[in-house]
Design a protein around this ligand. Structure first.
Ligand code: NAP
Ligand code: MG
Length: 495
């Protein structure tokens, strides 16, 4: 195959001895008000947990405790489900749809007003760079509420000719990688469809969900429409197993998704599962390589690789592999790892000590499997949980680092020669959530995207989200879609 001519024959790539030195630009935290202790948000108010137990949530970048939050048990979940049922049978269930829409708009507006506070708390509690929580998580979360507010009084158009009905009480369980955004993905369509909600945020990132509870209270939403119960896996299981829950919506790992599917088998509960991924990002030799490299970096190092749709497998066409890898290494050398609240930071803190241990385990596995590891020369802070962006070169299909979800800033690189070969390799995974294709040729995009078994395929871009677009997976990445019209359907039934 002819080697592609590129500008690098005339322009020498920049050489970096380390990350660029920027003066620190920390986001202030002076305006942040956190309670020392948070109860559950049940029936329109914060209440002490019936369990009488609390646990701490920490900042993964400083290891400092931020607050104590309630550890919900089955009795707490029961109180939340009862409040949700009462609201469903009462004011919320009887409210005209257009009025319901106004409440959802109001939540969106109040979130926008408090967006800076939400972004800062998201970065403090979860470790993600402020640039992302400010520019991605919070605006997208608001956009989901705005979008679904518009649907509330238009449900008759969801499936013309059929009469839609809400389901009742939705039990919703979310992970730690996009805490506020996942809460918005879950709550907004459920409310638009007329349901009430019991939501459990992840153990390590409960704070923005609790701030959202304050916003929901301030929006004047009738008591019990949204209930937020904090806790760990057992609290999630109590929601799943509660007989008063009509629908379970879960986003998290495939392992827990399987437990939930078994738990509700034989019940009338509806279920959607948004699970793990091992996305392939494919660069063809005719792609705009600099643009592709930027997309690859965004696809895997964005949010520390704590992204279900992270482009964690890179397939590069052999003729341009050397050039792409060189450009990738150069770009990685410029990435800033460190304080999530610094506006220069590209890669923040790993979400928890446990997740860092998992990632480090995979780094060892990759080396032992014979892949070649590359990490840029950059320093990381002495306190907190950090992982440098990492490449594994010469990875092969059978390697565990290629097959298993690592959920960290770790990219396994393989090469290919033909389209058929790369499709075969890309589909050779138990997951099927997302993928990326980089090429100058439109026909190639269509050919490849039709054959990739992935719920979302981005072409010449990556990690682009919009509330109007459905998102979800195939195979072990789950079923059901979130976003868009498709995201409403799991919260409705039809006569
Ligand atoms: P996880 O361990 O499965 O936890 C997800 C949520 O479930 C957490 O709130 C967790 O509580 C709770 N939970 C744990 N055990 C439970 C049980 N037996 N019954 C009910 N709930 C239970 O996943 P994670 O580590 O937080 O999140 C990372 C995973 O989420 C990755 O696999 C990622 O790919 C996936 N994800 C998928 C999507 C998507 O849209 N497809 C989006 C984002 C993330 P604790 O926090 O207390 O453990
Ligand atoms: Mg935390």
């Amino acid at each position: 195959m002819a080697k592609k001519k590129t500008d690098t024959t005339t322009i020498e790539p920049l050489k970096f001895s380390g990350a660029w030195d920027y003066a620190p630009a920390p986001e202030s935290t002076g305006h942040i008000k956190l309670e020392k202790r948070y109860g559950h948000f049940i029936d329109g108010k914060f209440v002490e947990p019936l369990s009488k137990k609390y646990f701490a949530t920490y900042s993964p970048s400083t290891e400092e405790k931020l607050a104590d939050v309630a550890d919900g048990n089955a009795a707490d979940v029961d109180a939340a489900v009862k409040a949700a049922r009462k609201a469903y049978n009462g004011e919320w269930g009887k409210m005209p749809a257009a009025e319901r829409g106004k409440y959802i708009y109001r939540i969106a507006r109040l979130m926008q007003e408090r967006s800076r506070e939400l972004a800062v708390i998201e970065s403090m509690d979860g470790g993600k760079p402020i640039r992302e929580s400010r520019d991605v998580d919070v605006p997208l979360a608001c956009a989901h509420f705005f979008y679904y507010a518009g649907w509330a009084d238009k449900l008759d158009y969801v499936s013309p000719g059929r009469k839609p009905k809400s389901l009742g009480v939705a039990g919703q369980i979310i992970p730690w990688n996009f805490p506020l955004l996942m809460a918005a993905w879950k709550i907004a369509p459920a409310l638009a469809a007329g349901n009430t909600v019991v939501l459990k945020p992840a153990e390590t990132t409960p704070l923005t969900a609790l701030k959202l509870a304050e916003i929901i209270r301030d929006a004047g939403l009738p008591a019990g429409v949204v209930n937020i119960v904090t806790g760990a896996g057992a609290t999630g299981a109590a929601i799943v197993n509660h007989p008063g829950v009509d629908k379970v919506a879960f986003t998290g790992s495939t392992d827990v998704g399987k437990i939930i599917q078994k738990a509700i088998a034989g019940t009338n509960k509806k279920l959607t599962l948004e699970l793990g991924g091992k996305a392939a990002n494919i660069i063809f030799e005719d792609a705009a390589l600099d643009q592709a490299v930027e997309g690859i970096v965004n696809g895997i190092f964005f949010n520390q690789g704590h992204v279900c749709c992270a482009g964690s497998r890179l397939f590069v066409q052999e003729s341009v592999a050397d050039e792409v890898i060189r450009k990738l290494k150069d770009r990685m050398q410029t990435l800033v790892v460190g304080d999530p609240l610094d506006k220069n930071t590209d890669i923040g803190a790993i979400n928890s000590k446990e997740q860092l241990a998992t990632i480090n385990k995979y780094l060892k596995i990759g080396v032992n499997e014979g892949a070649e590891i590359y990490q840029p020369k950059c320093s990381v802070p002495s306190k907190g949980y950090w992982c440098k962006p990492t490449l594994f070169l010469n990875a092969s299909q059978s390697h565990r680092i290629v097959q298993e979800e690592i959920f960290g800033p770790v990219l396994a690189v393989q090469t290919f020669r033909t389209i058929d070969e790369v499709i075969e390799k890309a589909n050779n995974t138990p997951y099927g959530l997302s993928a990326g294709v980089w090429t100058d040729k439109g026909s190639k995009i269509f050919k490849v995207t039709q054959k990739l078994r992935a719920g979302v395929v981005w072409a010449n871009t990556y990690n682009k989200f919009d509330p109007t677009s459905p998102f979800g997976g195939y195979k072990e990445s789950g079923f059901g879609r979130e976003g868009g019209l498709h995201g409403l359907l799991p919260y409705l039934k039809f006569d």
